[in-house]
Design a protein. Sequence first.
Length: 217
Amino acid sequence: MIGVIVPAHNEQALLADCLVALAEASQRPELEGEAVRIVVVLDDCKDGSGDIAHAHGVETLTVKARNVGIARALGADHLLAAGARWLAFTDADSRVSPGWLAAQLALDADAVCGSIAVDDWSDHPHSVRDYFRKTYKDADGHRHVHGANLGVSADAYRRAGGFPPLACSEDVALVDRLIAIGARIAWSAAPRVITSARAAARARGGFGDTLVSLAAG
């Protein structure tokens, strides 16, 4: 079984699109009928995120941590206990491509760090969009780490000790742990994810917050 974890904090505006995309990625013929279980970890949600998740038929877990590292780890532990052999992570403000899961598995690695793309820059001045396009490497061999586009085998995740309880950069910390145990990491642009560049960022120091800082600078 393949497990997919989506942390969410008040994401009712974007969660439905995320789950529609994940449902499509879960039904690709390349997966050869293997079960895919999607879990949305509702982290101190006070909006309709839970109702949206239930309407799309996915499992939910609830926590009041306001901490994405704790949320991701909770979802991972739940799916590992259910027998997942592979864990894939994305964010509630992101839309994976139809071939996202298949592309991760096809790389035959212990972990996959994928790149991201943005299709709506309306919250930012042109200078931020232009800077991102000039400096961001969206190609194989990149060294980006995004919780919105990350996959890891169950074995490697366990050996690395999982996500630390960090409110930001928990994805980078996990990858550092994977590197430390000698995991085979694919730095690939093959698994495609479109993510939000919204100015109202959920995590200080995360992707959205970094873009806001660029605009301010």
